[in-house]
Ligand binder design. Structure first.
Ligand code: NAD
Length: 298
């Protein structure tokens, strides 16, 4: 099935996702506030639109890939996007935003006579380019079924997580696990160093014992045991620390809103916020191990 898709937000993630929709045979009308990004996507077969509303007016499906909730809500509420779209248009927001904002966005779309899904992704720019993203989707079952063929053109897996906001909820819960486990693995390596225990020896035990987790066996924060991990490549991301800090900020908002007592989640958010603003700005999130060593050594 070939559709006309409006794709709003052609940044690091949106540009390759839109290009993959073109490759899959869809007509893609693109818009970004940055003219150079629009031009770059045009070279990949995306038709540049004069505005987001112009793109939406002709589309069956409107996909947004924007920095934060305020951008999504601003576009939906203030910039005429919902009014411009044909009744029943499917709005799929792939940005990572607050659960509360996602629910508000969903309500605004439905109130305007359209259909909505939140569908944040994991897999990063590499996954966006290779069309191997995982989508975590919130919204109705019918809407999910209606979007699956498009998600399949941009990713390898789409999980229907529940009602509006459930996709964003799954994303921040998963990334809170990841952050806490990365800090735990990093602290264990630093403790091993202070005890004279070799990195490889700890890895050989923990990777096949109860300490096993993705932060250890795929994204190992010290060089050596897992040659493909960012630690072996000057901590080039990977999953950049500022993106982890952003997701943990969203998790902390949700923890506060729900009155959930999560000492490790809050602490992880605090540590990653400080790291992302400082030396971690351009590094993979696993580089946080450097800040955990005595005197901040490397
Ligand atoms: P980005 O900043 O590269 O792209 C966002 C784009 O949105 C920018 O090009 C910006 O100009 C555009 N934009 C903002 N407001 C707009 C508006 N009103 N109309 C049109 N365009 C507008 O960000 P990104 O790295 O592509 O990330 C996008 C989203 O995906 C974020 O929510 C991020 O948290 C999430 N995400 C990113 C990654 C990653 O590895 N980069 C991984 C998973 C999820």
């Amino acid at each position: 099935m070939s559709s006309t898709v409006a794709f709003i937000g052609l940044g690091h993630m949106g540009a390759p996702m839109a290009a993959n929709l073109v490759k899959a045979g869809h007509r893609v009308l693109g818009f970004d506030l940055v003219p150079d990004l629009l031009a770059a996507s045009a070279a990949a077969g995306v038709e540049p639109a004069a505005s987001a509303a112009d793109a939406a007016a002709e589309a069956d499906v409107v996909i947004t890939m924007l920095p934060a909730g305020r951008h999504v809500l601003g576009l939906y509420r203030e910039q005429g996007l919902l009014a411009a779209a044909r009744p029943g248009t499917l709005f799929v927001d792939c940005s990572t935003i607050d659960v509360a904002d996602a629910r508000t966005a969903h309500e605004a779309v439905v109130a305007a006579g359209h259909r909505a899904l939140d569908a944040p992704v994991s897999g990063g720019v590499v996954g966006a380019e290779a069309a191997t993203l995982t989508f975590m989707v919130g919204g109705g079952a019918e809407e999910f079924a209606a979007a699956e063929y498009l998600l399949a053109a941009m990713g390898k897996k789409a999980v229907h997580c529940g009602a509006a906001g459930a996709g964003q909820a799954a994303k921040i819960c998963n990334n809170m696990i990841l952050a806490v486990s990365m800090i735990g693995v990093s602290e264990a390596f630093v403790l091993a160093e202070s005890l004279g225990l070799d990195h490889q020896a700890l890895y050989d035990v923990a990777s096949t014992a109860s300490g096993q987790c993705w932060a250890l066996t795929v994204n190992c924060p010290v060089p050596g045991p897992v040659p493909s991990s960012p630690a072996n490549h000057d901590y080039r991301p990977g999953f950049a620390a500022p993106l982890m800090a952003k997701d943990l900020g969203l998790a902390a908002n949700a923890l506060r809103a729900g009155g959930v007592d999560a000492p490790l989640g809050y602490k992880a958010a605090e540590l990653y916020a400080a790291f992302a603003e400082g030396e971690g700005a351009g590094l993979d999130f696993s580089a946080i191990v450097r800040t955990l060593r005595p005197q901040n050594g490397t």
